[in-house]
Design a protein around this ligand. Sequence first.
Ligand SMILES: Nc1ncnc2c1ncn2[C@@H]1O[C@H](COP(=O)(O)OP(=O)(O)O)[C@@H](O)[C@H]1O
Ligand SMILES: [Mg+2]
Length: 206
Amino acid sequence: MIIAVLNQKGGVGKTTLSVNLAAALALSGQRSLLIDADPQGSALDWQASRKVENLFPVLGLAKPTLHKDIPDLADHYDYVIIDGPPRVNELARSALMASDKVVIPVQPSPYDVWAADEIIKLIQEVAIYKDGLRSVFVINRKIVNTAIGRDVVDALKAYPFPVARAIVHQRVAFAESAAAGLSVLEFEPKGSAAKEIKSLVSELLE
Ligand SMILES: Nc1ncnc2c1ncn2[C@@H]1O[C@H](COP(=O)(O)OP(=O)(O)O)[C@@H](O)[C@H]1O
Ligand SMILES: [Mg+2]
């Protein structure tokens, strides 16, 4: 299965979710590959800062030929995760064409949901040619013990994609683990961040 993590807005958690999804899959015994399709190469930086053995390979491939390159690569893996580019461009289109599933991280603010408008339009365009393409919003960086505002729920409702039941909260473990090139599952295996990532993975694989 090929899963793209896409949203042109920076800082929404594409890289954070990508590395942790790939790690959760790898730790559960799946052969996973992470493709860094962001020219900034943050997932590559993450891997480079690791001091322990890699859980999965990270391949820098920020090229609009992803849809042609990925099928051959995917033959060797159970899961390919694509950490998407910060633009709505040919690269994003190519990532979508290569994918079975799209994860759209959004922060729980109506501005963030509205900002996803452009990528949603592109997903809908590509979906016309790809019957099986499934997209899901994932709420990231929700503050613990706060409710998701009516405004956010309404903004999300305006789109034809479901919202994952699994919510990822704002947790220091995400930033601290990243600094050490670790996933939250390695950093704090029994912590809340690890639990949230595991729930998200199970839901994505349903
Ligand atoms: N759930 C979270 N809790 C705490 N910090 C987070 C969370 N998600 C992302 N971050 C932090 O926010 C910043 C941006 O996240 P990142 O994954 O790099 O976003 P993107 O790849 O979409 O630009 C990073 O510093 C990251 O550590
Ligand atoms: Mg990133």
